[in-house]
Design a protein around this ligand. Structure first.
Ligand code: NOJ
Length: 532
């Protein structure tokens, strides 16, 4: 792999939702020691970096995205010493670790908020977004919570409202206050000094809100089925121009260290998304690109998305792609088992850093969560709309034993009935399994610099097929992905000669393409093009 690229450009990121990976102490919730026990698995899988969803002390109103102390570990996950041991083991294997940094809001239990809410004059009075009631005593403006309902919560002591973009238990910090910025940079420094390789930054595009608290306009395309949080556009609560200054400060800090990085969580259209790369050295290293999650799964749509994203990237902007995370329904549930293989090939052969979501590599699907077992506050606030995120957060399925080898106790979320068949142990030695397929894909990406860092060119193909080449130092790989359930002949005359290095359908590996190639239903292939 060429040295001129940084680890986070060449590497593959794997997201772990710590509550659900491996429980080592029998309380039904995953923990750091559990993750440590599974590092052999991750190394054999072939990923380069691990991103952990939040592990800090938290009342868990939003399962760790409500942080009560930024510089410690929640007892449910372990201790700082156990964190250090995990980090050392990860580094010992040549892998990297990204932490989830949640700067937009704290928990209401954070000492800063407890102090801030005591009076209008205390030293932290201005650390959160406080505002007097409107003339009628109601909320100061129409801003909504992303989980639904007003974003404002009245506080009896200060006789004011505070703003929360998410739960009322998650008050938003006032990032316009330089003291808040300094304190949060200190938090980053704390973890960087401990040796973490970077951060995934939660809702980074939310950090700054409109100074004048202007009302958000109605959403002309509002569809109530998508949740009441979508009634309004978020014009004045997200993507404010001043956010880039704050990001610039974070980046400056990261760049004081060797090869550290941040990837920002940003749900925005591409033209806006790419502005988060900054102007060169002052933006996030990677603004998460969620198009493969948010767009309809159609060859023509995905192809246009890839081409326009490639065209929109600034010269200094390194691309990235994501297929799943803890906030979206599982890939397999969204597009089905057969297309999930095609999607994995797409993710791992596109230009840019791929992020995998734990369990997708064994084809885990959304679980059914009966109402009495619902955990996610989003589901509790707007039940029955399919907004809940428990289905994609279920325990990792390791083997066919009780609780799928995840825990000796009843897990915090249920396992699906088919965990007995769909698990790591069952797939480990099976040549046709999803896991074996993922291992091959990851190995191929590691073996072929063209796939990791090579140039990208769209390869004109039929409507239902997305094809592209990746080239590096004269070696050219062609990826052909059939998004349909029909066979698809691809003809490309003299350009299509070579050998199949990998197919979603195992028996097809090794066959030759001689001027044309017929893809089987739901087939994806990587062809090494002959030098001619
Ligand atoms: C985005 C996180 O990914 C999500 O899980 C969380 O609920 C919100 N941010 C609030 O922190």
């Amino acid at each position: 792999m060429p040295d001129s690229y940084l680890w986070w450009q060449k590497g593959v990121v794997y997201q772990i939702y710590p509550r659900s990976y491996q429980d080592s102490n029998g309380d039904g919730v995953g923990d750091l020691n559990g993750i440590r026990q599974r590092l052999d698995y991750l190394q054999a899988l072939g990923v380069d970096a691990i991103w952990l969803s939040p592990i800090y002390p938290s009342p868990m109103a939003d399962f760790g995205y409500d942080i009560a102390d930024y510089v410690d570990i929640d007892p449910v996950f372990g201790t700082l010493a156990e964190f250090d041991a995990l980090l050392a083991d990860i580094h010992g294997r040549g892998m990297k670790l990204l932490l989830d940094f949640v700067p937009n809001h704290t928990s209401e239990e954070h000492a800063w908020f407890k102090e801030s809410r005591q009076s209008r004059t205390n030293p932290k009075a201005d650390w959160y977004i406080w505002k007097d009631p409107a003339a009628d005593g109601g909320p100061p403006n129409n801003w909504l919570s992303s989980f639904g309902g007003s974003g404002w919560q009245y506080d009896d002591v200060r006789k004011q409202y505070y703003y929360h973009a998410f739960l009322k238990e998650q008050p938003d910090l006032n990032w316009r206050n330089p003291a808040v910025q300094d304190a949060m940079l200190d938090v980053m420094r704390f973890w960087l000094d401990r040796g973490v390789d970077g951060f995934r930054i939660d809702v980074i595009w939310h950090l700054i809100k409109d100074e004048d608290f202007r009302a958000n306009p109605p959403n002309p395309d509002y569809d109530p089925n998508t949740g009441e949080q979508n009634k309004l556009l978020t014009t004045y609560t997200t993507d404010r121009p001043e956010v880039h200054q704050v990001i610039g400060r974070m980046r400056k800090l990261l760049d004081e260290y060797h090869e550290r990085m941040m990837v920002g969580e940003i749900y925005l259209p591409v033209q806006k998304l790419v502005t988060y790369y900054g102007t060169g050295g002052d933006g996030v290293n990677l603004p998460f690109n969620f198009q493969l999650i948010t767009l309809p799964w159609k060859a023509s749509v995905i192809r246009n998305a890839v081409d326009s994203y490639e065209a929109a990237l600034p010269d200094h902007g390194w691309p990235n792609w994501v297929l799943g995370n803890h906030d979206n329904h599982r890939l397999q549930t969204r597009i089905g088992a057969e297309q999930a293989r095609v999607a994995a090939m797409l993710l791992l052969t596109l230009r840019g850093t791929p992020t995998l979501y734990y369990g997708d590599e064994i084809g885990m699907h959304d679980i059914e969560v009966p109402p009495e077992l619902v955990q996610d506050p989003f589901e509790k606030k707007q039940p029955g709309k399919g907004l809940g995120r428990d289905p994609e957060r279920s325990p990792m399925q390791w083997d066919a034993s009780t609780n799928a080898g995840f825990s000796t106790a009843r897990p915090w979320l249920p396992l699906p009935p088919d965990a007995v068949q769909v698990n790591v142990a069952a797939q480990d030695q099976n040549d046709d399994s999803m896991l074996t397929y993922y291992r091959h894909l990851l190995a191929l990406r590691r073996q072929e610099p063209a796939l990791a860092v090579g140039s990208y060119h769209d390869f004109g193909t039929p409507e239902q097929v997305f094809g592209y080449t990746r080239s590096y130092e004269g070696r050219r790989l062609l990826v052909l992905l059939n998004f349909s359930a029909d066979t698809q002949p691809v003809e490309h005359g003299h350009l299509l000669h070579g050998q199949v290095l990998l197919s979603t359908l195992k028996p097809r590996i090794g066959i030759q393409a001689n001027g044309d190639f017929t893809l089987q239903p739901h087939e994806g292939v990587v062809i090494l093009l002959a030098d001619r």
